[in-house]
Write a protein that binds this ligand. Structure first.
Ligand code: SF4
Length: 265
């Protein structure tokens, strides 16, 4: 039976008509629900039964958590093979007592030679995967200072719609209701408010990884128009991290902000 690695692979199997016969608003939402383990592929009535047979079966479609845990284990095995001090410069980190330390959202994240992450804050698996990927393969490019949306990155077209659903829309929802979000970005997560980009009302730059800055722009509701929020990346971001990890990082940010807003009610 074929194995599914991510929600985008499920999305590619669907006819993308957004017909809603599965009771999800879009095929993308259905794909994400299947990937999370909340829905079954067979619940899409337009899907060829042969495809369902090829991908269905106990344990074939893993939950996102299972996928992430397996990915973390594999990445940790790779980390064991590298010399951490030798990657400090490439990754923009420092090395002390055998641990590599990176500044992530203003906090110290240390990684030992077994790939275990040490930090004062809770490490969500959606953050752990891109961090370990970055240490292994990322950080060798420059940061140009030119901001582009995810869809304009080379591999971004395939990921953009999922990114919109799992990152931009949830963060916008938080920003619409939790008025302290942007203050928290600055004061809790080492962000800095910058000159307003793309005619937004608020522009904040965060560093979820040393060489992966993210520009978050928010437009307040105005004159009958609803609010809007978009994330922008450095145009050379893919030289510093693969596109799947960039997407994962964005989805991790959304989960983190949702949790923060929930905690502060
Ligand atoms: S029933 Fe299938 S094709 Fe229709 S919206 Fe749901 S996933 Fe997409």
């Amino acid at each position: 039976m074929a194995k599914i690695q991510n929600a985008m692979e499920i999305f590619k199997l669907l006819d993308k008509s957004n017909c809603r016969k599965c009771n999800e608003a879009t095929c993308l939402a259905f794909a994400a629900a299947v990937f999370k383990g909340a829905r079954q592929l067979s619940e899409c009535p337009t899907l060829d039964p042969q495809i369902i047979g090829r991908y269905s079966g106990s344990g074939t479609v893993k939950t996102m958590e299972q996928e992430a845990e397996e990915a973390i284990r594999q990445l940790q095995q790779e980390i064991e093979k590298i010399d951490l001090p030798s990657v400090a410069q490439r990754t923009g980190g420092t090395c002390n007592n055998g641990k590599l330390t990176l500044k992530i959202m203003g906090k110290d994240f240390s990684v030992d030679k077994k790939g275990t992450i040490f930090t004062d804050i809770h490490v969500h698996m959606w953050v752990a995967v891109p961090v370990l990927n970055y240490i292994l393969f990322g950080g060798s490019g420059k940061v140009t200072g030119n901001w582009v949306p995810l869809r304009e990155l080379k591999g971004g077209k395939d990921w953009y719609r999922l990114f919109e659903q799992r990152c931009e829309k949830p963060i916008k929802k938080v920003a619409d209701t939790y008025t302290e979000l942007f203050d928290d970005m600055v004061h809790l997560f080492g962000g800095h408010q910058v000159e307003r980009h793309f005619e937004s009302d608020i522009s904040v730059v965060l560093h979820p990884l040393p060489k992966i800055p993210v520009l978050i722009c928010y437009w307040r509701p105005d004159d009958g128009l609803g609010s809007d929020l978009h994330l922008f990346f450095d145009e050379a971001a893919e030289e510093n991290l693969n596109i799947e990890s960039i997407y994962t990082l964005g989805a991790g940010l959304a989960l983190m902000f949702e949790k923060l807003a929930h905690r502060h009610g």
